[in-house]
Ligand binder design. Structure first.
Ligand code: TRP
Length: 446
């Protein structure tokens, strides 16, 4: 069967930006930035996104476009008879792991859209509400199932009619909702404190741990290290300009993180809450903040709708990685692939759901089940995948070939010979150091 192709350049950019822009930009970015001191974290994050994220994003797209394959097939085609296909295989496996817990959180968000629509009664204890919402034995399983079902439907429909259509529809809506929230938040009295928190750095608060989280978050937020962009690149036409498209994708992703920060922190500060509330920021602090401000009812509906839409355009790209693999390699029809693979991911998501109820006593390396999935995927598998992809592109596929594919076409923005040093040596070295430090911190320094 002929491989599908994005029907326009904007369609590709919106789909890829949709993959990048997700829970990471809103839920994860705000709580990590909140924990790590705001602006100082933002500066490190901008540097790592630009120096590591941008070149790697272009590399993944080039790998996919050159081979027109899923990640496993792409590595195998470029280096036959070598173990490099394992990098692609780890990417596909990361797709299963990340999507399974991602869908659980998206399910919470989905359920909060309906809670917010009904309105929160005065004096609601949002911490208690979150605990009861996530620890109920059945409801979170059903929300996770509902979210997976939507994903399976979109991916079963196809690349252009499914992924591209949904992205073209939902991404503009996402920007509108976000702009509305930013305006509401910035016009609150006392909003300026939150703006200062986000933009005036205090480097006294920076630790090696901050740098580690900045690197880890750059991978996560740009969907790097598991071949999602290899897969999306495999549907890209030969003449599309990769350096410019990648700049758009990175730029939009960064813009949404900044706007989410501007929607969240001014409101948090204006109403006297604390920014460093960890994972609960989006689900406990924000509804509490919104419920005490004028226009708060609409703001909470908009916020959870925004979060759910962002999650959906990301999760479809994870399911697509898995589906592209099984359709390419085993010749399964797309519908069957999305049904069965989606079903497996649903099952893989049950331990993280139950980790908040029946299995809340289970910890692995000091982490709850969902946090352990996140740690394993985001702090180990993604950076390792990204590091090996960078090494592969320079030393195995050879930087001349990678550069030729990246620079194909007539664009004025081109990658130069700096690419070889950056992707072949500096990025792998930096990511290795950061990973070792991260694993050390988790397992050995305790
Ligand atoms: N980028 C997504 C976000 O910010 C999350 C993500 C991580 C992802 N890895 C991915 C999405 C791989 C798609 C594919 O929420």
């Amino acid at each position: 069967m002929e491989r599908e192709q994005w029907s326009s350049r904007t369609g590709f950019i919106l789909a890829a930006a949709g993959s990048a822009i997700g829970l990471g930009n809103i839920w994860r970015f705000s709580y990590v930035a909140g924990d790590e001191g705001g602006a100082a974290f933002l500066v490190l994050y901008l540097i790592t996104v630009f120096l590591i994220g941008y070149p790697l994003l272009a590399t993944e797209i080039a790998l996919g476009r050159s081979t027109r394959k899923n990640p496993l097939g792409a590595f195998r085609d470029l280096a036959p008879d070598s173990p490099w296909w394992l990098v692609g295989a780890m990417g596909v496996l990361s797709g299963f792991v990340i999507m399974s817990f991602y869908s659980v959180i998206a399910g919470w968000s989905f359920s909060y859209v309906f809670r917010a629509l009904q309105g929160f009664s005065a004096g609601t204890d949002f911490t208690a509400l979150f605990v009861s919402a996530t620890s109920a034995p059945v409801a979170p399983v059903l929300w996770h199932a509902a979210f997976m079902a939507i994903n399976m439907l979109i991916i079963g429909t196809g690349v252009v009619k499914g992924i591209q259509k949904v992205s073209e529809l939902l991404m503009p809506l996402l920007f509108l909702l976000l702009a509305g929230l930013v305006i509401r938040s910035l016009t609150l009295p006392g909003a300026i404190e939150g703006v200062r928190f986000l933009f005036v750095p205090d480097f006294g608060a920076v630790t090696p741990g901050t740098l580690l989280r900045a690197v880890g978050h750059s991978f996560f937020t740009l969907s790097l290290g598991m071949g999602a962009l290899v897969t999306y690149g495999s549907y890209l036409d030969r003449e599309a300009r990769i350096p410019a498209s990648s700049a758009w994708i990175v730029g939009l992703d960064t813009l949404v993180a900044l706007l989410a920060g501007l929607a969240i922190f001014p409101a948090v500060f204006a109403l006297g809450f604390a920014p460093g509330e960890g994972v609960g920021l989006a689900f406990m602090t924000l509804p509490a903040v919104f419920s005490t401000m004028p226009g708060g009812h609409l703001a909470s509906v908009m916020f959870f709708l925004l979060l759910t839409i962002a999650a959906l355009t990301s999760s479809i790209s994870m399911l697509e990685v898995v589906v592209a693999w099984i359709t390419d390699e085993k010749g399964w029809p797309r519908r069957r692939a999305s049904l069965i693979m989606g079903g497996i991911i649903f099952l893989a998501g049950l331990p993280p759901v139950l980790g908040f109820s029946h299995w809340s006593h289970i910890t692995i390396a000091g982490l709850g089940i969902l946090d352990f999935y996140d740690f394993l995927a985001s702090d180990i598998m993604l950076p390792l995948g990204g590091l090996l992809t960078a090494l592969f592109s320079v030393h195995v596929w050879k930087h001349q070939n990678t550069l030729e594919e990246i620079n194909r076409g007539t664009g004025r923005l081109r990658f130069g010979s700096w690419y070889r040093i950056l992707a072949g040596y500096l990025i792998p070295a930096a990511v290795t150091v950061v990973m070792i430090y991260g694993v050390w911190n988790r397992f050995l320094a305790r």
